[in-house]
Design a protein around this ligand. Structure first.
Ligand code: GDP
Length: 483
């Protein structure tokens, strides 16, 4: 595979979407122009799908091999022959936040474990999500039992955190900023308070697999985290049964778009309110695109428009869904949810099952429309890449607000590939080819917002004039990787 070709092929898809975002949001664009460009855009995307088929098989095979390699390496790391002597990283599930946030905390712990080649030991004793399983304080006998009600254990040979010497991350570091091998057990804090910060934190990918991965996938870091989630989030038998029961009850069928509407406690604290109609614009666009794809293949049949709806606000089902049902959309999902705004109600085993269900179903859809400010949706998007790790689904989403990020990540940078001269002084910035730009967000109107790290100018610039700056760092676990 030619990495330059793969880059350009993917960039074409992204830029067709950027062009469309630009046209559809310019206020003076006439409706007929919009309709014209929308159809043209969908037709272009169809040809891009055909072009992508050329090397599909070898991409597929290589990504699958890469995924198998990573899964095997993690499996070996997590199942040491001698748990008494193996070096350990201890991750405590005690972060005072929701499910997505906690799973992300665990994923970050796994990143550290892989980079330092230490077995990850999970302490889920105080996992708030499952704290009311059998009344109040039972089920606390073994350190991982709470976790194991929902997911399979992270190891079959090594679940206990004992060992010595044992110390925390900061104190275990020597003057060379290394973790000496003679410290057997290291306790990790949450990512936000990790000091010192090693180079391999998100959005960094393992340098050992970076050539291969950046050629094969549009969002290498998201794919990599997807691999970690694939290992971590193997449902327990109970959850597995629950998921299949729901899947058949919902009559979950493709093609299907996933919509996540996050409201309640998030509104006006970390995100803005968006009506269901704002999400449905992008759902409609997705299905219109599918219909055009079919026509280009001489298939005249219409597609049933199915939406999986996940939300923490039950009023979406009652007040907003009916309007779109009248337009022919079929909504599936748990409409019986009680509002999860109340924190007491949120942290029970039943609500744990329900959030797993929603994340799972969203990740199995073909396209997700949501707000990336929510960890629920970012988690579903990451998992989506791992459900079939051989397929690049990095473009299968629309976020109404943020671009993808990992909470507590190192700065996210881009590189300018074209010069830009600010057209309007107050909001746009100048960029020169080669400049590093710290990206803060995409306004989904053709422009991104960020800071030019060369000039320190802060403002808008056309997204198509930049490319991602992929950060890499060595991961000890992958040292033996051969292309
Ligand atoms: P964030 O706050 O949206 O970034 O994500 P978190 O996962 O950290 O916390 C949100 C919590 O709200 C979740 O863990 C759930 O308990 C609840 N929640 C939010 N959206 C949904 C949803 O679509 N379905 C269900 N069942 N619960 C949700």
């Amino acid at each position: 595979l030619d990495s330059q070709f793969e880059f350009s092929r993917r960039k074409l898809t992204t830029d067709v979407n950027e062009l469309w975002n630009y046209i559809r949001t310019v206020e003076t664009t006439k409706a007929e122009t919009k309709n014209f460009v929308k159809e043209l855009k969908n037709s272009l995307l169809f040809d891009l799908v055909i072009i992508a088929k050329r090397d599909e098989r070898s991409r597929y095979k290589q990504l699958e091999l890469l995924s198998n390699y990573i899964q095997n390496r993690i499996h070996e790391l997590q199942n040491p022959k001698d748990c008494k002597t193996t070096q350990k990283i201890v991750c405590t599930l005690n972060k005072g936040c929701g499910f997505g946030c906690q799973i992300h905390h665990l994923s970050y712990c796994m990143v550290i474990a892989l980079a330092t080649k230490r077995t990850l030991i999970l302490n889920s004793q105080n996992w708030r999500y499952a704290n009311k399983i059998h009344g109040s304080s039972t089920a606390k006998s073994s350190s991982s039992s709470l976790w194991e009600l929902a997911f399979q254990p992270l190891s079959h040979t090594c679940l206990n955190d004992s060992g010595s010497p044992r110390t925390n991350w900061l104190n275990s570091i020597d003057h060379n900023h290394h973790h000496p091998r003679n410290v057997q057990v290291i306790d990790l804090p949450i990512l936000d308070s990790l000091r010192p910060r090693p180079p391999y934190l998100p959005l960094t990918i393992p340098q050992e697999i970076s050539n291969e991965l950046t050629t094969l996938h549009g969002s290498p870091f998201v794919w990599f985290i997807g691999q970690i989630l694939r290992y971590i989030m193997k449902p327990s038998d109970e959850i597995e049964q629950f998921l299949s029961m729901k899947r058949s009850k919902f009559n979950f069928k493709h093609p299907i778009v996933g919509v996540h509407v996050r409201r309640t406690d998030k509104i006006n604290t970390e995100a803005s309110f968006h009506s269901l109609s704002e999400y449905m614009i992008h759902v409609e666009d997705y299905f219109d695109r599918l219909e055009l794809f079919k026509k280009r293949q001489n298939d005249e049949t219409t597609t049933k428009r199915i939406v999986y709806l996940a939300t923490d606000d039950s009023s979406v089902w009652r007040k907003e869904v009916p309007k779109f049902e009248k337009k022919g959309y079929k909504f599936i999902g748990d409409s019986e949810i009680s509002d999860t705004a109340s924190v007491n109600r949120r942290y029970s085993f039943d609500s744990l099952k329900n959030i797993i269900l929603d994340v799972w179903m969203l990740s199995e859809t073909d396209y997700i429309v949501c707000t990336f400010s929510s960890q629920v949706c970012r988690l579903a998007y990451e998992l989506m890449q791992s459900k079939n790790p051989a397929i690049d689904r990095s473009n299968n989403f629309f976020s109404l607000d943020d671009i993808y990020y990992f909470g507590g990540q190192n700065s996210h940078n881009q590189i300018a590939i074209l010069d830009h001269e600010a057209a309007t002084k107050d909001s746009e910035i100048n960029i020169k080819r080669g400049d590093i730009i710290g990206i803060a967000g995409n306004h989904w109107n053709g422009y991104s917002k960020g800071i030019n790290r060369v000039t320190q100018q802060d403002g808008l610039y056309p997204g198509f004039k930049t490319k991602e700056k992929i950060e890499t760092a060595s991961f000890e676990l992958f040292k033996d990787f051969k292309d």
